[in-house]
Design a protein around this ligand. Structure first.
Ligand SMILES: C[S@@+](CC[C@H](N)C(=O)[O-])C[C@H]1O[C@@H](n2cnc3c(N)ncnc32)[C@H](O)[C@@H]1O
Length: 297
C-alpha cells in the first residue's frame, strides 16, 4: 500500500466495498489513475475535484468563455468535473449532443481535445465562433450530424483518424429530456420524437454509437432529468440508464445535482408552481442526474 493510501486509511473509515482498489492502480511512474491526471501522492490538494454523489451548485460558472446563452445548456461545472476526473491532458472527449458547446469550451480550457456532434447547423457555426481559431478543425472538431444515425460513427472515425487516434477517451451525453424543450424542427431531433418508446430507441442508438468509439475501460457521462406527463412522473433518467446498460456500459455512479444553477430568474412563477404542487400532490423538480458509466475491457 502506498503512503497516501495508508494515510487515507488511517484518517478515515475502512475502504468501502465499492472502492475497487485494484482498478485504481497507477499506470506509470507517477501515482495517477489510468484515466486522469490526478496525482494521488498529492490527493489532499484536490478539494476542487468532487467525490460526493450530491452536487449542490450555487451558481453557474461564467468564467473562461462559459455563459447562459442557450436554453437547455448544462452548467459548465458538469464538464469541468467530468474532464478533471475522467480524462488526461490531450485525451479526446466526444459530446454527441453538443448544443451551445459547453464541453468544447471546457475542453479548450483544460487542454483536452474534443469531437462535438450537433444536429442544428446554425448552432455548430455559433459554437465555432467561441473556439480559438487555431484549435478549430484540429484539437476541437465540430460535426453537424444526427447522433442517432449509424452514419455518425463513420464521420467520428474519420475525425479520429485525422487526429491520429482510434478511440475517444470520454463520452458526454446530454440529450433532450424528451419533449420538455423542443430544440428544432429537424425530423431527427430527439426532442420531437413522438412517444417515449421512439425517444428511447433514438437515445439507445446514440448510446450504441458512443460505445463503439469509446476506448475500453473509459467513462461515459449521461446528464439527464425526469419529466411529468398527464399527472404521472416519467423516470426518463432511469429508462436511459437502462438503455446505457443494454448497449454494454456498466454503471459506475449516479450523482444527484440541483438544478438551481440552470435557471434564469423564475421569480413569480415559483408561487404558481408551489400552488400547483400543493394541489396536485407532486414535488417540483429540483434535481437532475449526472450518471457515470464505464465501458468494460
Ligand atoms: C440538452 S441540449 C445539450 C446542451 C449542451 N450540453 C450545452 O451545454 O449546450 C441537447 C442538444 O441536442 C441536440 N439534438 C437533438 N437531437 C439530436 C440528434 N439526433 N443528434 C444530435 N444532436 C441532437 C439539440 O439540438 C440540442 O442542442
Amino acid at each position: 500500500m502506498s503512503d497516501p493510501e495508508k494515510r487515507a486509511q488511517e484518517d478515515g473509515p475502512a475502504p468501502r466495498p465499492d472502492a475497487e482498489p485494484s482498478r485504481c492502480e497507477p499506470d506509470g511512474p507517477s501515482n495517477t489513475p489510468a484515466y486522469s491526471d490526478i496525482d494521488l501522492d498529492r490527493w489532499r490538494d484536490y478539494d476542487h475535484v468532487w467525490t460526493d454523489s450530491l452536487w449542490v451548485i450555487e451558481s453557474r460558472d461564467t468564467t473562461g468563455g462559459h455563459g447562459l446563452d442557450y436554453h437547455g445548456n448544462f452548467v459548465p461545472q458538469i464538464a469541468t468535473q467530468s474532464f478533471l476526473r475522467y480524462t488526461k491532458a490531450d485525451d479526446i472527449v466526444l459530446d454527441l449532443f453538443l448544443g451551445s458547446g459547453t464541453s468544447a469550451i471546457e475542453a479548450q480550457r483544460q487542454k483536452r481535445r474534443l469531437i462535438g456532434v450537433e444536429l442544428k447547423a446554425d448552432l455548430v457555426e455559433y459554437v465555432g465562433t467561441k473556439i480559438e481559431p487555431q484549435l478549430l478543425g484540429d484539437r476541437i472538431r465540430l460535426l453537424q450530424g444526427d447522433a442517432t444515425d449509424d452514419a455518425i460513427v463513420g464521420q467520428i472515425r474519420r475525425c479520429l483518424s485525422e487526429m491520429g487516434a482510434e478511440h475517444v477517451q470520454l463520452i458526454m451525453l446530454h440529450p433532450p429530456y424528451h419533449d420538455i424543450i423542443t430544440f428544432s424542427d429537424h425530423p431527427a431531433d430527439l426532442s420531437r420524437t413522438r412517444g417515449l418508446p421512439h425517444f428511447l430507441e433514438g437515445f439507445e442508438s446514440a448510446a450504441r454509437h458512443a460505445f463503439q468509439v469509446l476506448e475500453p475501460h473509459r467513462f461515459a457521462i449521461l446528464v439527464i432529468g425526469d419529466k411529468y406527463a398527464q399527472g404521472e412522473l416519467i423516470p426518463l433518467s432511469f429508462y436511459c440508464l437502462d438503455r446505457m446498460q443494454q448497449v454494454g456500459f456498466r454503471t459506475k455512479a449516479i450523482v444527484v445535482k440541483n438544478i438551481e444553477g440552470n435557471e434564469r430568474g423564475k421569480g413569480r412563477d415559483s408561487n404558481l408552481w408551489r400552488y400547483r404542487a400543493l394541489r396536485g400532490g407532486f414535488y417540483i423538480f429540483k434535481h437532475e442526474y449526472v450518471m457515470v458509466f464505464r465501458k468494460p475491457s
